[in-house]
Design a protein around this ligand. Structure first.
Ligand code: PEP
Length: 251
């Protein structure tokens, strides 16, 4: 299927960024508002401590902001957690759920990821639902099966007006400098598209599928031109406005 979906370039700052880093968000907001703005949607997901200020800095620009995680519950006795409603209240429009670092560091199962995605939708946020195989699963030729299984377990039932984003992030490519080959990305994204269309019909044709895993300014154009790649989820290279915006320009 040709890429007629407007791309989304999303930055995941992970546990990086102090107040001084807000200047990078200011630079992103300025660029996406200017006459040289990239021809795609741009989103930055800073740590929760910077979210409200990031929202304020991007208030007059098309730069969107998001959270990196949310709790499944709306409120309650969950010390240290942040709910989807709180993110929305701070001005976020998106939230990443099921990132492999959450799955491995916090034991998040597909069921938990699905509940988080539902909580995000109920709060009016768009969940970016992450899936991806480990290096061992890939070597065992299980990548497609593993990702289908994750989709089965992680994607909630959707109402008419609700949208999601899927991010395919092979775990072995995150933060390693290794990137899936174009052939591997094409095959996996086609498989995810088939899954989406079989479950969500027309909505499945319109759902963005992002690639994530060591996307850099140098490799972005090739990856983002592939069929069914509707943008990127970018970790390390999203911390500096210059690199992140070069990726957005490549879209
Ligand atoms: C990520 O954290 O989602 C990611 C893809 O990281 P990196 O771009 O650094 O590989």
């Amino acid at each position: 299927m040709p890429n007629t979906i407007r791309p989304l370039i999303a930055g995941n700052w992970k546990m990086n960024g102090l107040r001084a880093s807000l200047r990078e968000i200011r630079a992103m907001a300025e660029k996406v508002s200017g006459k040289d703005r990239p021809d795609c949607d741009v989103l930055v997901c800073p740590p929760a401590t910077l979210l409200a200020e990031a929202v304020a800095l991007s208030a007059d620009s098309p730069l969107a902001t998001g959270g990196q995680n949310c709790h499944v519950a709306r409120t309650g006795a969950h010390t240290g957690d942040v709910s989807a409603e709180m993110l929305a209240d701070a001005g976020a429009r998106f939230v990443i759920v099921g990132h492999s670092e959450r799955r491995s560091d916090h034991g998040e199962t597909d069921g938990v990821v699905q509940a988080k995605a539902r909580a995000a939708l109920d709060a009016g946020l768009v969940p970016i639902i992450c899936v991806g195989e480990t290096g061992a699963q890939r070597l065992d030729a299980l990548a497609i099966t593993v990702v289908e299984h994750q989709l089965d377990g992680s994607v909630p039932q959707l109402q008419e007006n609700e949208q999601i984003v899927i991010a395919y992030e092979p775990v072995w490519a995150i933060g390693t400098g290794e990137v899936a080959t174009p052939a591997d990305i094409l095959r996996m994204h086609a498989s995810i598209r088939d899954w989406l269309v079989s479950r969500l019909a027309l909505k499945g044709q319109e759902t963005r599928i992002l690639y994530g895993g060591s996307v850099k300014p140098e490799n972005a154009a090739e990856i983002l031109a592939l069929a069914n790649v509707n943008g990127g989820l970018v970790g390390g290279a999203s911390l500096k406005a210059r690199d992140f915006l070069a990726i957005a320009d490549a879209a």
